[in-house]
Design a protein around this ligand. Structure first.
Ligand code: BGC
Length: 389
């Protein structure tokens, strides 16, 4: 496609993707011919060193096709049609279990017990200090080196009305990866008849602890292995973000995005401002920041972000109950990993939009709390809605 045609499509799409249009968009999107549910079926994907079998679950509904591993609850493939109806996998991943075990930067995985970083792997709760194993410079990242992304989940398929899905369960023992309390975790992946991909998280504990669960899908709406996400158009409904220190721990400040490369409120291409020599972009080697969502914590998922890829016409909307969104522009992909279709992944070949509480909240009294106590239930929900333009 010529650059000018691409620009026309991008700007037309951007114009149609204002906040006002966002809610109505799905109705006018590729909803014709949806449904066509395929109840989950499983096949053997591989065997871990300890002999545990890992299953791959395959399901589809409403034009969205999903493959999920019992290992890490990993979304191994998320296939969506483009505006011509041609399907491609829009999530980075591998075709072999061994690559997920050895090399994966959390491709497609469930993240727990704590999404993103805890400074120096340390926090104090009710007067007791806990030391977590550190796995990212001086910090603990994504629940530690044997986090929920490396656990085998018990998976139960379901069909409920027009929905199909999987319930994933994992009970994390007291003290695992340094965290107090037995954490009973349930994650439900649902594909609706409209093809929405919904994730509902729940957890309970038998002792006070901290928890922050998320999903680490790397999206490239042009298809994994098809190059940079620089031309993806992104809108984030956040007037503030949390700047970070040199090891990517929030400084504790809540800073306005206005007038900075972090202003995605009107929508713009990911690449437009990424080369501005802003101190925060230098720290993250791109965008790797928590956006403070204007809607705050909500009982039901509310729209927070839109992602659009002009050439394919694929578009994704994200709605969540969470107060934060980690926008990570795939900065640390460095050309050393070979993806599921045999293509090499390089910097900026995908992006993550991780709905979450803020990084390092256990050490940041000004941030919404991530403490979970016995008798309480942690709940979080995120919905990805897909269409074409
Ligand atoms: C973090 C990045 C990290 C990436 C992969 C993201 O959620 O914010 O700093 O490199 O995950 O591990």
């Amino acid at each position: 496609m010529s650059t000018s045609r691409r620009a026309v499509i991008a700007s037309a799409a951007a114009a149609g993707l204002t906040a006002a249009a966002a809610g109505a968009a799905h109705a006018s999107g590729a909803s014709a011919g949806r449904a066509n549910a395929q109840p989950p079926r499983s096949e053997r994907f591989g065997v871990l060193a300890d002999g545990t079998e890992v299953q791959r679950w395959i399901l589809s509904n409403g034009g969205t096709r999903l493959k999920v591993l019992s290992y890490g609850g990993i979304v191994q493939s998320l296939e969506l049609p483009d505006r011509e109806g041609t399907y491609t996998n829009v999530s980075l991943g591998f075709d072999q279990l061994s690559s997920y075990v050895k090399d994966s930067p959390y491709f497609g995985a469930l993240i727990g017990r704590y999404g993103n970083r805890i400074a120096n792997g340390r926090f104090t709760l009710d007067g007791t200090e806990y030391q977590l194993p550190v796995n990212d410079g001086p910090n603990s990242l994504h629940g530690g080196d044997q986090g929920f992304d490396k656990r085998v989940w018990e998976v139960t398929p379901f069909t409920s009305g027009d929905d199909v899905g999987l319930t994933l369960r994992y009970s994390s023992p007291d003290g695992e990866m340094g965290y107090p309390g037995t954490l009973d975790t349930k994650v439900v992946y649902t594909l609706t008849r409209q093809g929405d991909f919904r994730i509902d998280y729940e957890a309970t504990t038998d002792a006070p602890t901290v928890v922050n669960l998320t999903s680490h899908i790397y999206f490239n709406l042009a298809g994994e292995g098809n190059g940079s996400i620089s031309d993806h158009w992104l809108r984030i409904a956040a007037s503030n973000y949390t700047p970070v220190n040199p090891t990517l721990i929030p400084t504790g400040r809540i800073t306005k995005v206005a007038g900075s490369p972090f202003d995605f409120r009107e929508g713009k291409s990911v690449g437009r401002d990424i080369r501005i020599a802003h101190a925060q972009l230098l720290r993250g080697q791109g965008f790797d920041h928590n956006f403070v969502l204007d809607k705050g914590i909500t009982a039901q998922p509310e729209h927070v972000a839109t992602l659009f890829e002009p050439e394919s016409g694929r578009r994704m909307e994200v709605a969540t109950t969470e107060p934060g969104l980690q926008f990570y522009s795939g900065n640390f992909l460095d050309g050393t990993l070979v993806g599921s279709r045999g293509r090499v992944y390089r910097q900026g070949d995908a992006l993550c939009l991780e709905t979450q509480h803020f990084p390092d909240s256990p050490n940041q009294p000004g941030f919404p709390t991530t403490v979970l106590r016995p008798g309480e239930t942690y709940r979080s929900s995120t919905v990805h809605t897909f269409s074409t333009r």
